[in-house]
Unconditional design. Sequence first.
Length: 178
Amino acid sequence: MLSMLVVIALMMLAALIVVFLYFDNKNKLKIQQIHQERVEQATNVTSRYKVHVASISEDLSLSPGIRSKLMMIGNNFFVYQAISQSTVDVLVHSLDKVSKLFSALQDDFQELGEESTALDKIESFTEALPQSPRGFNVAFYNGNLSVVCQLLTIATLDSDNEETLSDEIGTYVNEIAR
């Protein structure tokens, strides 16, 4: 009788182990699939951004130095950050914002034909970007990139906003120069 209980207990323990391993494997596959989807989403948005950079580089005949600096925005995002849903969301928002600004500059250039204005804006933008790859960190993407993106805007500002923006950008440029 006692040996029968031991056998039944061992069989139940084996069944529990098999069930546990099944669900554990299923959860690991689900986590792996979610991670793969995030990586795919990040790759897609980075590819779209690179297409925008290539397009504006070709239209405005940007130098290779400026083009590579613009590419660093997309390429260095996950150097100092782990891939998670929140970081992928920040990447999508950041690169889409910069791409839209590039598209607006490109449209403005095509309508008005003022290449020097678009080039000046892009050169100012690239000069305000971090000089070393270490500068492309979480703080840059979560806050400083938005400030630097103001250099690409076309809309005219009133003098108060222009002074405030100029001060913010000047402060940021001084920070990255250190």
